[in-house]
Structures are given as C-alpha cells and as structure tokens.
Write a protein that binds this ligand. Sequence first.
Ligand SMILES: [Zn+2]
Length: 420
Amino acid sequence: MREHRSLTPVGERADQSIIVQSTSAPVLRGQMPGGFDYVCGCCGQSVLVENTIDGEIYDIAFSCANCGGLSTAPQRPPSQPLPKNLSVLPQGAYKTAQPDEIPAGAVLVSEKNARQYQTEIGTLSRGGQIIRYEDVLYEIIADVKMLLGDSYTEIACREKHWRVIGSPSGYSRHPLMDLIDRVRQMADSMADANVNTTTLNTSSLAQLSIVRRLYQRFKDNPSWETIRKQAKAPHTFTHDVLTLAFVEHLHQGGNGINILNALDGRGADIVGTTGSDRFIYIEVKTPQTLQSAGRSATQDEANKVVKDAFHKAQSTDGGQLSPNHAGLLVLGAWHLTDTSIFRLNRAIICEFGKHRKFRQHIAGVALIHFNQQHQITRLAGRPSGLLGVTPPLELDLKIFTVVKLTSNPHYTGNFHIGDS
Ligand SMILES: [Zn+2]
C-alpha cells in the first residue's frame, strides 16, 4: 500500500486554484514510480491525489467530497525553478468527473505560483519610454545606484578613499565605478552644448546597460538581496552579473532555471530542471586571469584556469558539483578574445580526458561572455536634442551574451541542456 500524506487544511483565498472532488474517486493521478497518496487534511478519509511525488504539485487546493473541507498541497519553495513541462491551474474552482492524469515529469501549479516564478525570473513585461540620449545614460547610472542601494554607497565611499590615496598594492578598483565613470563622462559630454563630438565608449556603455538590465530583471528573485549585498566586493560583483546572464540565456533557451539562494561559494550557483525528478546544478567561475580587458590568455593560463575551476568545483569538502547530480561548469568573463576562447576550449577538452570516472556527472563546460554587435566609435556632431525614439532597450541590442558549450564526451547523465 502507498504511503498516505495529509494535505494542509486552509481557509478560502480569493486567488486560489481549487479542484473539487464530486465522487469518492481521487481527482488526480500521477505516473511517477515510488509515489504517495494525498488524503484530505480535514477528515483524513478521502484520497484526493493518487500516486504523486514531492515537487509534482504546488499550491493546488482540494475540496473533499466526504467532508466538504478544503486542504492544500505545499507552496512552491523559494528559488524552486519550474520546468517547461508545466500545467497551470487558473484561479477558481474546477470539478472533474474522473481522475486527471498528471503526465510523467510534469509539474502542476496554481496560477499564483506560476506568476510568482515569472516575476522572480523577470519574464513579466515592462514598458519602455522616449527620452534624450544623454538622459538614457544618466538613467542607466541612476538605476544601477538605486538597485544597489546602500551597497552602492559603500562602493562609492571606498572609491573616494581610492582617489585620495591612489592605488596601494592589494587594492583593486571596483569595476562598477570604472564603468559608471566612463558612461558619465560620455553623458556629460553629450549634454555640454560646447562639445561637438563625443567619443562613445561602447563597451563600457554596453556593460553598464547589461548590469542594469539583469539587476532589473532579477530584483524580485529570492537571491537578489544576497546579490545586492555582495556586489560590494569586486570579484563577486563580476561573478554574480555573469551568473544572472547565464540564467537569462538558459531561460531564453527554454529551460526551467533559477538562481540558488546560497550564492556564497558553498553550494552551486544555479539549478535547472526539465521535470519533477530531473535537475542539473551549475557552478559559475569568473577567474581573475580572464578579467583583464582585451588581453588574450596564454595557453598555460588557460590550462591553469580550467584545471583550477574543475578542482574547486569538485573538491570533496565544499565542492559545488556533487557527483549525486548532473553538473555543469561555467567559465565567465566580461569579454573573451577569440584566441582566449580557442585556448580555453583546448584546455577543457584535454581536462575531460583526465579523471573520467569522477567526471561522468558533468555534462560539459560553458564559456560565457558579452559581445557587441555594432561598433559605433564616434557620434559626429551633437544630436539636436531628441534622438527620436530611444528606448533604453535599444542600448541593450548592441550587446549580446555569447555562450559556447563544450560537452563532456564521457557524460553519463540523462539531463540535457536545451540550448538555443
Ligand atoms: Zn475530507
């Protein structure tokens, strides 16, 4: 006999999704092996769901035919991603004549929980606006400052110190302050009626606008507070921006994906799913060696970067890619030259040839960086005030996220990233 678990009794809520049982038969039936039954949380008598597993049903309430009581399946835990294979029950009460089958691997959620996930992952739409070009730039700076809040205050405070005492050894300037400086200089120059030609620093502009876009997109994610706080440290700032870019990229590729709350170096950074029982854990590394702009990594540096990344992600104590799950390793930088990509790829293929037995759960290594589509170096003459329609999004179009995935030929897991 299957295990019986009790649903949780609840009062009625306006935005609830309810299934009403009209006979003594269960209303839902799952397909996955090793399941349990949900029984009414009020009378404990009626079986409402037959053979379900953990993570298959979130926030659906059931009205019992036996006692008329209302009880619910658990809420979606914070940071839990939802797969593409998703059934959403709209708010309201629904009757079924016979048990509905839940397809194998699918997840059934309430409209409320599905919307929460969309908000967290930033796919609920937001509008654009018409403004002057320099104002677009000032607005990007203002938005990033506002999103970071007191973390920005601390970064700016340290920047002041840096300006006074210069650059003592062991202190590196925060990359965000460098980006903001360059973008502000551009905006000031455009706003100055005496300046005829403004040199556009497109890479700084593109990088700052991608920071803004990713922060805005993920500001409702349960991990946002952690990301905002640790943006104070130059290295975690870069790491987290690339992590968000990778989540965005995979989500666009049709994967169920979310950021893990423990972005503190102990657990993996990202979790992906293609069904209620299939997960992949993703670790993002942003080695310092790859962060110097414009310079290609030597083959020795590339070998070391790849070797260290594998080593850190797999170390037995505190390794992020446990052999119990499918794993993916990501190496990221603001920008990688073609030569760096070539050398890193060579190192990755070589590394997969070693310690095969211990790496069978690692699906591959992805390289991620940002690239510009159009190189605009100069804006001849000052535009006459309005530049027509210049929504902030247009700046984003000049930059895109590039991901190159190298698969592990010895991978034995069944999770495959549905990359576009
Ligand atoms: Zn009941």
